[in-house]
Design a protein around this ligand. Sequence first.
Ligand code: HEC
Length: 159
Amino acid sequence: MKSPVSGVSFFDGRVFSTWTVLLIRIQNTNLKNQQNSNFIQSLLLITATGFSFTGCTTNTIDDVVMPVEETANLVTYQDVQFIFENTCTRCHANPPQNGAPMSLVNFAEARDAIRNRGLLDRVSREEGASGLMPLGGPRMPQATIDLLFEWNEDGLLEN
Ligand code: HEC
């Protein structure tokens, strides 16, 4: 009998689909041989089971990876740097101008001012209150102030 699998590679990158097609052809060829047919049906079942496991594994990886990416969305210095550049560095420059006691031109200086110089208190005082920053007002929009608080709550990360 001529073999139906001759000349076909099982390792050409499409092993499962090639395997399935060939198994069906073998089964048709051997319809009269009941013992051989049972053996082929077992192989078909094993192949189908392999597909099932592959599908489950792929879905599980998708389900696990996506939430991890969403929770990594922290506020960092990259998100608040524009606030210092737009509103503070005209006085808190390097060197400081207009009587300001320190510069706020980089990550370490901004972080230090939150930790040790009461920055969050200064920017959140009432409009017109003594010591409000930026000095002389106007008070920044609440959403901008909130962003500085979120940076602090998220750990004062640089990136
Ligand atoms: C017009 C100039 C000017 C601007 C703009 C300005 N500051 Fe100031 N800042 C000062 C001066 C002058 C002082 C010192 C007097 C004082 O403590 O109130 C000061 C003090 C501070 C202090 C207290 C420092 C300490 O060690 O006591 C902080 C914190 C501060 N500024 C943060 C900011 C932030 C944040 C911004 C931008 C949102 C800003 N400032 C904008 C002039 C300014």
